[in-house]
Design a protein around this ligand. Structure first.
Ligand SMILES: NC(=O)c1ccc[n+]([C@@H]2O[C@H](COP(=O)([O-])OP(=O)(O)OC[C@H]3O[C@@H](n4cnc5c(N)ncnc54)[C@H](O)[C@@H]3O)[C@@H](O)[C@H]2O)c1
Length: 253
């Protein structure tokens, strides 16, 4: 499987540095609006930096988007129309129902697949299973350091309380996890975002209640120094999903 990456920032850097090509999966092409970033990763991976996305499309089986929600909206349909699979990191863009439906329809019509790794969140497996029954309550509380949210505060402050659909509009590059949870269980979950000068990790707490009972998960993720909005676990989840394509044994949903 030949993979191309669109968006060569914090997540892509970790993927390239941690992914060991041991399963017939080659990360070969790199595209970024900042060509130096693409060239840097291409050099590390012994791959190819391209000046235009189109320059990789004839050769790739899958494109991993790790750029931005706006970038995803621009590139997704063109990629899927060519029957190329797409792995999405900027999941927040998929909260736009009209766009999500177009993505789904285009993928179906062209026999392509769309994957969204679990990212920075823990509990997606549980919420997917829970959605087979009735979910009565699903919420996410995210607590981040001021620099992760681009704020300067002396004391803890609730920045947002409302539905996931509104949260991803107000914090598009910060709250992809709310979108992943909502899409996984097909409901607009409750979200609270807290800026907290006492934490130095990105903390996500998920509570789900329903026919199955209830569960709570809590993750305290190390942010990237290069981009404190992003958690290392998000990049690891993409690597794990990539590796799974070459494996014949799978545990967990
Ligand atoms: N699913 C999750 O849990 C999760 C977690 C963290 C981050 N994310 C999302 O993943 C994406 C990447 O995160 P990151 O921390 O690596 O970001 P980053 O800012 O470190 O890197 C993004 C890179 O994309 C490039 N880029 C921007 N627009 C582009 C375009 N139109 N075409 C090509 N390249 C473009 C930038 O130049 C930059 O190099 C973001 O949208 C972020 O919100 C998702």
């Amino acid at each position: 499987m030949i993979v191309g990456i669109v968006g060569c920032g914090a997540i892509a850097n970790t993927i390239v540095n941690e992914f060991i090509s041991d399963s017939g999966i080659q990360i070969k092409y790199f595209y970024d609006t900042d060509i130096e970033r693409a060239e840097n990763l291409a050099q590390i991976a012994n791959g190819v930096a391209v000046l235009r996305l189109e320059d990789m499309l004839d050769d790739v089986d899958l494109i991993l988007e790790s750029a931005s929600p706006i970038a995803l909206k621009v590139i997704a349909l063109d990629i899927l129309e060519r029957g190329i699979d797409l792995m999405v990191m900027s999941v927040g863009a998929l909260m736009d129902r009209e766009f999500r439906n177009k993505v789904r329809k285009t993928a179906e019509e062209h026999n392509a697949k769309v994957y969204a790794p679990s990212g920075a969140i823990v509990g997606l497996d549980g919420i997917k299973a829970a959605s087979i029954g009735k979910i009565t309550e699903a919420s996410l509380t995210t607590r981040k350091a001021p620099k992760s949210l681009g704020r300067e505060v002396e004391e803890e402050e609730v920045l947002f309380e409302g539905k996931a659909s509104e949260a991803v509009e107000k914090f598009p590059v910060n709250i992809n996890v709310a979108a992943s949870l909502s899409i996984a269980c097909n409901m607009d979950i409750d979200v609270k975002i807290i800026v907290d000068p006492k934490v130095d990790r990105n903390v996500h707490e998920v509570v789900v209640k329903g026919d199955f009972g209830e569960f709570r998960t809590s993750s305290e993720n190390y942010p990237f120094a290069a981009n404190p909005k992003t958690s290392m676990l998000a990049a690891f989840s993409a690597i794990k999903l990539l590796k799974s394509f070459g494996e014949c044994f799978s545990v967990g949903t």
